[in-house]
Design a protein around this ligand. Sequence first.
Ligand SMILES: NC(=O)c1ccc[n+]([C@@H]2O[C@H](COP(=O)([O-])OP(=O)(O)OC[C@H]3O[C@@H](n4cnc5c(N)ncnc54)[C@H](O)[C@@H]3O)[C@@H](O)[C@H]2O)c1
Length: 256
Amino acid sequence: MSGLLDGKTALVMGVANRWSIAWAIAQAFSREGARLVFTFQGERQEKDVRELAGTLPHSVILPCDVARDEELAGLAKSIETQGLTLDALVHSIAFANRDDLGGAYVETSRAGFALALDVSAFSLVAAARHLLPVLKPGAAVVTLTYIGSSRVMPNYNVMGVAKAALESSVRYLASDLGPRGIRVNAISAGPIKTASARAIQGFSRILDVMEERAPLRRNTDPAEVADAAVFLCSPLSRGVTGEVLFVDNGFHAMGL
Ligand SMILES: NC(=O)c1ccc[n+]([C@@H]2O[C@H](COP(=O)([O-])OP(=O)(O)OC[C@H]3O[C@@H](n4cnc5c(N)ncnc54)[C@H](O)[C@@H]3O)[C@@H](O)[C@H]2O)c1
């Protein structure tokens, strides 16, 4: 059976455990015929990522903390020395201090702001720059964002500001890399219960509201996000770049 990503190689950054959105994306990519390269952040994650990656054929697993330029450079080097080139880069990474994901945004510290923006937004720019030599012409870059970038969502705070920077970066990167045939897009996912989401105070209340008010009256399934990522990394989306695609059961369309 032929898949939408047959013969392609995709780097997936941001698998922490089986609930990670990146893991759903990796499974969908594998189903569609792609070979996966995974990164893990530090030794604490290595075992879990290796276990998951081992269930998909021919996976490659490499370390990379995106806050460290030398690790991004090392990642590009390792990919090159293994003779691999990338058709897709999935960036599914975000971090903010737990203290900054609750209470008043006005209380955000300079250090907390810098950390959230560095790991959650600048890392896409840094990853694209370091990996450019191994990204094939025609490659697709996809990142994950959230509606908190443009609307105030309770307790999302500094992460909303980081997502605004991330979405703007998607447009600037699309402009920079378009002449090389590389497309850059974001998926704005509805809320999903993952380790990162649990760090946001009152997260379960957000899930309840989605079920009540999203046009499709249900919460977002990671597999729905993953299938949108397949689309954005397949030739079916060859005319789409610089876009933020909502996969949130229509919640973004609602006023009251
Ligand atoms: N869960 C949701 O409700 C939701 C909704 C919309 C968008 N998103 C976005 O989806 C992406 C994935 O998050 P998730 O919900 O799957 O949670 P997750 O906790 O499973 O994934 C977050 C990943 O970021 C990685 N990470 C953090 N700091 C890093 C660093 N310095 N270097 C390398 N990796 C680092 C973690 O290791 C982890 O793998 C994030 O960008 C998140 O903001 C999530």
